[in-house]
Design a protein around this ligand. Structure first.
Ligand code: NAD
Length: 247
């Protein structure tokens, strides 16, 4: 399965959860993976674990929502590995609450990390990818960016925005051999969803045709495929990885 030999992949928010599994999957496929996260120790540990398993990985720490830090991160990647072939915009946060009670700062933080962060990282890789006339960008959106969710107006808006960003970037970069797609996971068991009340979890599962929660590996498999040569004629698409929650 070594279809990414010689490729460099930057996965944001990959110290844990879905991002960590994406990083592992791409590394197992032969890529050198940049484990990027705001959590320095966790990012380092994840990269060390991958290297201990014989895979190629390094760790970088920064905030995806800070333009100067993102530019510095890209520079570090180019200094260390000389090129960037795959970007996975996975970093994300939730600050759930009903609209009437939602604090402005919770709206701002979620939009900043989930949407502006993806914009800044996309902007950073655009120039080198355009120059090399190839690249793959995969954005981790969410089913709630399409169907909405009570209590997640900020998060749903950020993911709907990410889908708009995906389609616009796909149109802008297509002539340079760069594809931009999104995955829209449903209910996936990670630290992010562990915080959800049991009733919310059960409600999600009731809506899931396949009757089980998704795993980070389910999402990683879809990202792997979209980043591979097999998906070279696919751009601007949203691939649902939700066990049939939304059809
Ligand atoms: P998680 O909280 O386990 O992982 C998110 C990672 O992003 C963490 O390591 C965190 O430190 C990092 N991060 C947060 N803010 C950051 C910042 N400013 N800069 C850099 N890194 C930052 O969550 P997860 O469940 O693994 O989610 C990963 C992605 O998948 C998110 O975009 C999330 O919205 C999306 N998603 C998750 C689910 C689910 O059910 N878990 C469903 C749909 C979409």
């Amino acid at each position: 399965m070594a279809d990414f030999d010689g490729k460099v992949a930057w996965v944001t928010g990959s110290a844990r959860g879905i991002g960590r599994e994406i990083a592992r999957r791409l590394a197992e496929a032969g890529a050198t993976v940049v484990v990027h996260d705001i959590l320095a120790d966790a990012a380092r540990e994840t990269a060390e674990q991958l290297r201990a398993d014989g895979l190629s990985a390094g760790a970088v720490t920064s905030d995806v929502a800070d333009a100067a830090q993102v530019d510095a991160t890209l520079q570090t990647i180019l200094d260390d590995y000389e090129h960037i072939d795959i970007l996975v915009n996975n970093a994300g946060v939730t600050r759930d609450g009903l609209i009437v009670r939602m604090k402005d700062e919770d709206w701002d933080l979620v939009l900043r990390v989930n949407l502006k962060g993806a914009f800044l990282c996309t902007k950073a890789v655009a120039r080198p990818m355009m120059k090399q006339r190839s690249g793959r960008i995969v954005n981790v959106a969410s089913v709630v960016g399409i169907m909405g969710n009570a209590g997640q107006a900020n998060y749903s808006a950020s993911k709907a925005g990410l889908i708009g960003l995906t389609k616009s970037a796909a149109r802008e970069f297509a002539s340079r051999g760069i594809t931009v797609n999104a995955v829209a996971p449903g209910y996936i068991e990670t630290e992010m969803t562990a915080k959800l009340p049991t009733a919310v979890r059960e409600n999600f599962l009731q809506q899931t045709a396949l009757g089980r929660p998704g795993t980070p590996a389910d999402v990683a498999a879809a990202v792997h495929w979209l980043a591979s040569d097999a998906a070279e004629y696919i751009t601007g698409q949203v691939l649902h990885v939700d066990g049939g929650m939304l059809m």
